[in-house]
Design a protein around this ligand. Structure first.
Ligand code: FES
Length: 345
């Protein structure tokens, strides 16, 4: 790591010279307004809010400019504040302002920026408001997309491209009509979206929100139980129930990412339809029995099914040891090589 010494607002900082002005400042606790920056994505400079003055004579976007030794940065000047204010007002004029009805309320990057820069309601009132309310795309079973709350930062588009490599969404239309959409602007469910929710967790505003979202009171760290990858999971808990899930940042197996199952597939935990006893199908239907009775019944049936009439499918939800035992049981006890694993299907 090479080091650069820079000055931000008169404060001397020693930072990694590979960082941008925005990253270096934020690492040292200096806030520069920003919306389209995300540390895991390539910078694009779309929102223009991170404008700073460098060496007293030129302006640049802090998210796209790397630091160099001796750099002098000012994050606030009268001119920069005036430019930022206009950029912010244009965003807010085109944005749904019903913050109390938004799941991202108090956690919204646009609110943070507006709080920092300050909103002049008289100036805002003179701006032309959005002409029509765009329909909310509720087609995805796990999350909704509300284009009226979208700030076109492109974080979702870049996430789908750079991290998930699916490219299900992009910017559609032009000018004021620009929106994020799937191919042909069809409902999200009809796109090639894999519903991993990586866009959802990076959305800085309330444009992408989990269906029936409840803010958790605390998070519990665990490992996803769906397959053998062992992704790190943070389960959001409220009233002793799982209400949401997110990836564990920095987890060695998953680096904070999740697939659709890990992120949204937790409802079964509290489902009233979960089986609580072994069931045997009798003439009258399924009957709850004890474990001893169920195991005897299974053993008896298996004894009648040795050889080629038997096959076993192992599961990625089981440990290596469990899967090993199943193949051993299939080959040695059931006397067949008909053993496979769900990961191959
Ligand atoms: Fe730099 Fe948006 S954060 S332009």
């Amino acid at each position: 790591m090479t080091i650069a010494t820079i000055t931000v607002n008169g404060l001397e900082l020693t930072v990694d010279s590979e960082l941008t002005i925005l990253q270096a400042s934020m690492k040292k606790g200096i806030y520069i307004p920003h919306l389209c920056h995300h540390n895991e994505l390539e910078p694009v400079g779309a929102c223009r809010l991170c404008l700073v003055e460098v060496d007293g004579n030129w302006k640049t976007l802090a998210c796209k400019t790397k630091v160099y030794d001796g750099m002098q940065v000012k994050t606030e000047t009268d001119e920069i504040n005036a430019i930022r204010k206009v950029a912010l007002e244009l965003l807010i004029a085109d944005h749904d302002t019903d913050c109390l009805a938004c799941a991202q309320n108090t956690n919204c990057a646009l609110q943070r920026v507006a709080d920092h820069i300050g909103v002049d309601t008289a100036r805002l009132a003179r701006m032309k408001p959005r002409e029509k309310v765009l329909p909310v795309d509720t087609s995805n079973p796990f999350f909704d997309f509300n284009p009226n709350r979208c700030v076109l930062c492109g974080i979702c588009v870049r996430t789908c491209d750079e991290i998930v490599n699916v490219n299900a969404i992009d910017f559609a239309y032009r000018g004021l009509g620009t929106k994020v959409a799937g191919f042909g602007d069809k409902p999200r469910l009809e796109s090639n979206c894999v519903s991993c929710g990586e866009c959802l967790v990076r959305c800085p505003v309330g444009a992408l929100t989990e269906k029936n979202y409840q803010r958790p009171v605390s998070y519990v760290k665990t490992v996803c139980s769906y397959c053998g990858c062992g992704c790190g999971l943070m389960l959001g808990v409220r009233n002793n129930r799982i209400v949401t899930a997110k990836g564990e940042p920095g987890n060695k197996a998953s680096d904070g990412k999740l697939c659709v199952k890990g992120r949204f597939g937790f409802k079964y935990v509290n489902s009233p339809e979960r089986l609580r006893h072994p069931l045997i199908k009798r003439e009258s239907g399924f009957v709850a029995v004890s474990w001893d009775e169920a195991l005897d019944y299974v053993a008896e049936k298996l004894a009648d099914s040795k050889g080629e009439s038997f096959a076993a499918i192992a599961s990625a939800k089981c440990t290596n040891e469990d899967n090993y035992v199943l193949q051993k049981f299939t080959r040695s006890v059931m006397q067949t090589n008909n053993i496979d694993h769900c990961a191959r299907l």
